[in-house]
Design a protein around this ligand. Sequence first.
Ligand SMILES: Cc1ncc(COP(=O)(O)O)c(C=O)c1O
Length: 390
Amino acid sequence: MRYDFDRIIDRRGTDCIKFDTAAEHGIPEDALPLWVADMDFPAPQPVLDALNERVRHGIFGYSDAGSDYYAAAASWFERRHGWRPEEAWLVKTPGVVYALAMAVRALTHPGDAVLIQTPVYPPFYRVIRENGRRLVENPLIYRAGRYEIDFADFERKLDESGAKLFILCSPHNPVGRVWTEAELREMARICARRGVVVVSDEIHCDFAHPGHPHSILLKAAPELAERAIVCTAPSKTFNLAGLQASNIWIPGAELRERFTAEIARCGGSELNLFGMVACRAAYAAGEEWFEQCWAYILDNFAFLRAFLAERLPQIKLVEPEGTYLAWLDCSGLGLEPAALEDLIVNKAKLWLDSGAIFGQAGAQFQRVVLACPRATLKEALERLEKAIHD
Ligand SMILES: Cc1ncc(COP(=O)(O)O)c(C=O)c1O
């Protein structure tokens, strides 16, 4: 079937964070939101059908998915990523951030160091700091409009801090890098030699831009099998974030045991029934929707690129390799971070993600979510252009 991604659906009043929490964030009610990484598109029809059918049944008791759930997910990763995880590796959790926190708690002690590559998705900082662990940063190098890993610093930081856990963001939110196989293998080599466990957050793995194929960490570096955790979820790919289902793949039996023991200590149980139903239907029958959706979003990137080049050359799009997030370098506007915020929020009446929330290195950037109808993006860019020219 043909899906219509141009249709604007009013999300206000649906309890969605993106539109319905402006006041509590100190954002004007009339600001156009292109923040928070979810989509303004309905989920694939087969997902809606499966959920509706389950609702019609009417009994929502304790539930757990069988092998068909695993089979749908495994088949997706095999078809789309050339990587077939085994059923025994699967631990289902109510979110990837929850899994990151469980990994930190399960695999390190209070006071231990955990390494991340910054700027990065804010919960990476939180799951480390709020569990009383020491945050160690391996800042990405921003050079000629592209981000790269400083491998010498990566090695040095691991050695100096004694970190035994590294949380990798792959593809990277917000900078949009898709790590090459060579980069993944180099990180794996450095970690393996030091006995560092890698938790690879691959929630954005399906959004690889043309020419930048994503490699699942365990496919690129199978030697890490005993020391890696691969976090995946249907939430970004099929716009199911509110249903809270994610799939964490842990081949190493000992690592998996420590991870599941921590979940048990924290009172974890089965997946939410609707998340489970939606996840299975999405991986089994959502591909047609996903392909159309991703093609539409790639056209949004083309629209954004052309608009900036023609009408707002002071703002540079960091050329994306992965994710549906645009990372805009606003340093050409020559504004202090507070003045940049004022321009975006109060003058342009836009609600974006301020780059500073991803770390100090992001202060001159704004993150824009492109999983929206083209008309929304166009309006946002016109508001920005007008505010800058005024
Ligand atoms: C890198 C990354 N990890 C995790 C999440 C959120 O995952 P979840 O909603 O499953 O906790 C996001 C959402 O934006 C993300 O960008």
